[in-house]
Write a protein that binds this ligand. Structure first.
Ligand SMILES: Cc1ncc(COP(=O)(O)O)c(C=O)c1O
Length: 487
C-alpha cells in the first residue's frame, strides 16, 4: 500500500507541500486545487480485511493512506475522527435502507449528522483537524464559506466555540430554506457569523465570486488569515471517499463485485470522493451523476461541454449550482495527471466562459459514468411514489438521485447492486415534502420533521445582511469591524 505524503496543485506541477500546509491553505498558491502527488492504492485483499469495520474504524484506515503519521499520529487521528462523529444522531453514522419494491437498490442515508445533511460527515472532521493544526502552531484562521444551504449549517455547527477559528457563512436570500437559515442563524456563537446576501442571482455561485474577491485583497487576507472549508479544501474530498468504501463493504456479496452509486450532484465534491475511491481500487460499476434542472454536469458528461449558466430554483435547492469545481480534480486524475493541460482548460474557461472537451478527453472522463438531469415534477413524483409504495420519505436530493437511477437501469448490468445516496433529511425541506405528498405541512408524516429544527423555531436569530452588488465593500468593512485580535 502506498501512502500519500506530498500534495500538489492540479494546475502547477511545481507546487509540493505537506498535508498540513495543503489543509491549512485550502487552495494552492496558483489558485489550483490540491491533490496528492501519488494516489494511494487499495488491493482487493486489503478491502477484504476491512470488511466488518465500523465507519470510524474504516475512516482511520482510509485516511491513514493520505496522512503522514509524522503529521498526525494515528492516536490523534482516531481522536479527531471520534470527536467529529460524537454528535451524530446515529452511532452508526451512516445507515442503509434496502427497499422492498426495488430489488438491488439500497438507499445510503448520509444525513444523520447534527445538521442533517451529508456535509456533516466531512465537515466535523475537517474543522477538528484545522483546529488541531492551529492549536499546535498557536495560529488563527478566518473561514469564508459560501453555501447553497447545507455546507453553511455544517460549518457553523462544527466551528461553534473553537478558539482558533472564526467562520463567515454567506448564503443567498431565497436560495436556502427557512430551516437551513435557522440552522446557521440560531447558533449564537461569538465566532460564527451568518451573512444573508440579498439580490444575488446565482446563489452560491455568486457567493463564490464574492469570496474570491475578499481573498484576493492581500492586506485583508494577511490580517484575517483566510482559509476555506468548502470542498475546495482537500481534506473534505478525502473524507468523502470513506462512505463509498463503507457502503461497498456493507453490501457487496463478495469483494470484487462492482457496485453502482447514484449521487445527487452540484459542485461534484461528494462524487469526486467516489471517483478517488474508484481510482484507489474500489470496484465501482457505474457512477450515476444526478442533476436537477441545473444540468451543468449532465452537459459535461453527455456533450463534453463545461459551461457556467444562470442558476434556476429547484425543489432540490442545495444542488442549484452551476460550477462543479471539484470536476477539475477528477479530470486531473482521469486524464493522466497533466497539470499543464488542466491549466490550459481552466484558463480557457476563465477567458471564454466555457470549454468544449475533445472526444478523447471526454471518453477518458466518461468511463463508468451515466448522467441524468431530473425535472421538478419527476422529483416530487418520486418522493410521493417512494412514500406510497415503501412508506419511505426521501428528501428532494435523494429523489433526484433515485429518479436518475431508475432512468439508467437499462444501461446497468442486470442484477447489479446500486447504492442511492440520500444526502439530506427531508425535514430540511418541509414545503417540498408537503407539495410532493399533496398535503398541508402539518399533515406531513413524522419523518418530515426533526426535533432539532422544531427547537430552532423558538430561538433568536443573528443575521448580518448586505446586497450582492455592494457585497465586497460592505463585507470587508464588517469583517474588519468584527475582527478582534486574540491573545
Ligand atoms: C443535500 C445535498 N445533496 C447534494 C449536494 C451536492 O454535493 P456536491 O456539491 O458535493 O456535488 C449538496 C451540496 O451542495 C447537498 O447539500
Amino acid at each position: 500500500m502506498t501512502v500519500a505524503t506530498r500534495y500538489r496543485s492540479i494546475t502547477d506541477e511545481a507546487t509540493s507541500v505537506d498535508f498540513e500546509s495543503a489543509v491549512l491553505a485550502g487552495i494552492a498558491p496558483d489558485g489550483g486545487l490540491f491533490v496528492p502527488e501519488t494516489l494511494p492504492t487499495v488491493s482487493l485483499d486489503q478491502l477484504g480485511e476491512w470488511r466488518g469495520l465500523s465507519y470510524a474504524e474504516l475512516a482511520i484506515e482510509v485516511l491513514s493512506l493520505f496522512i503522514d503519521k509524522t503529521c498526525v499520529p494515528r492516536a490523534d487521528l482516531k481522536r479527531l475522527i471520534d470527536a467529529s462523529i460524537a454528535e451524530f444522531f446515529s452511532s452508526e453514522v451512516i445507515l442503509h435502507r434496502p427497499l422492498n419494491h426495488f430489488p438491488g437498490v439500497i438507499v445510503q442515508e448520509l444525513f444523520h449528522g447534527p445538521t442533517l445533511s451529508f456535509k456533516d460527515i466531512a465537515m466535523g472532521f475537517v474543522v477538528n483537524l484545522l483546529d488541531y493544526f492551529l492549536q499546535r502552531r498557536g495560529e488563527r484562521r478566518t473561514l469564508l464559506v459560501a453555501t447553497s444551504g447545507d455546507t453553511g449549517p455544517a460549518a457553523g455547527y462544527a466551528v461553534k466555540g473553537k478558539q482558533n477559528l472564526d467562520v463567515w457563512l454567506f448564503y443567498g436570500a431565497g436560495f436556502v430554506t427557512d430551516e437551513q437559515e435557522r440552522q446557521m442563524t440560531t447558533l449564537m456563537a461569538a465566532n460564527v457569523h451568518p451573512v444573508r446576501v440579498r439580490e444575488s442571482e446565482n446563489g452560491s455561485d455568486d457567493l463564490d465570486h464574492l469570496i474570491a474577491q475578499l481573498v484576493a485583497d492581500r492586506p485583508l487576507h494577511k490580517k484575517l488569515q483566510f482559509s476555506s472549508v468548502n470542498s475546495i479544501n482537500w481534506a473534505r474530498v478525502m473524507m468523502q471517499t470513506v462512505h463509498y468504501f463503507y457502503g461497498y463493504l456493507q453490501f457487496a456479496d463478495r469483494v470484487g463485485q462492482p457496485v453502482n452509486f447514484a449521487v445527487p450532484s452540484g459542485g461534484f465534491g461528494n462524487l469526486c470522493g467516489g471517483t478517488l475511491a474508484r481510482e484507489m481500487g474500489l470496484p465501482v460499476g457505474h457512477f450515476i451523476v444526478a442533476n436537477n434542472r441545473n444540468a451543468c454536469l449532465t452537459e459535461l458528461f453527455e456533450r463534453g461541454l463545461y459551461r457556467e449558466t444562470d442558476v434556476v430554483n429547484c425543489p432540490s435547492s442545495a444542488i442549484d449550482i452551476s460550477s462543479p469545481n471539484n470536476f477539475w480534480r477528477y479530470l486531473y486524475f482521469s486524464t493522466g495527471c497533466d497539470a499543464s493541460k488542466i491549466k490550459t482548460w481552466r484558463d480557457e474557461l476563465a477567458r471564454c466562459g466555457e470549454v468544449q472537451f475533445d472526444a478523447t478527453t471526454m471518453a477518458q472522463y466518461r468511463r463508468g459514468f451515466l448522467s441524468r438531469s431530473i425535472d421538478d415534477r419527476r422529483t416530487r413524483e418520486t418522493m410521493a411514489e417512494l412514500y406510497r409504495r415503501e412508506g419511505y420519505l426521501i428528501d428532494p436530493h435523494g429523489a433526484v438521485a433515485f429518479t436518475a437511477l431508475l432512468d439508467v437501469q437499462s444501461d446497468l448490468a442486470t442484477d447489479s447492486l446500486s447504492l442511492c445516496q440520500a444526502t439530506a433529511h427531508p425535514s430540511k425541506f418541509p414545503r417540498v415534502v408537503a407539495d410532493a405528498l399533496q398535503v398541508p405541512i402539518l399533515e406531513c408524516p413524522p419523518a418530515a420533521f426533526h426535533a432539532s429544527l422544531e427547537h430552532a423555531k423558538g430561538l433568536c436569530q443573528l443575521i448580518y445582511e448586505c446586497a450582492h452588488k455592494d457585497g465586497f465593500a460592505s463585507i470587508k468593512q464588517t469583517l474588519l469591524k468584527f475582527y478582534q485580535p486574540r491573545p
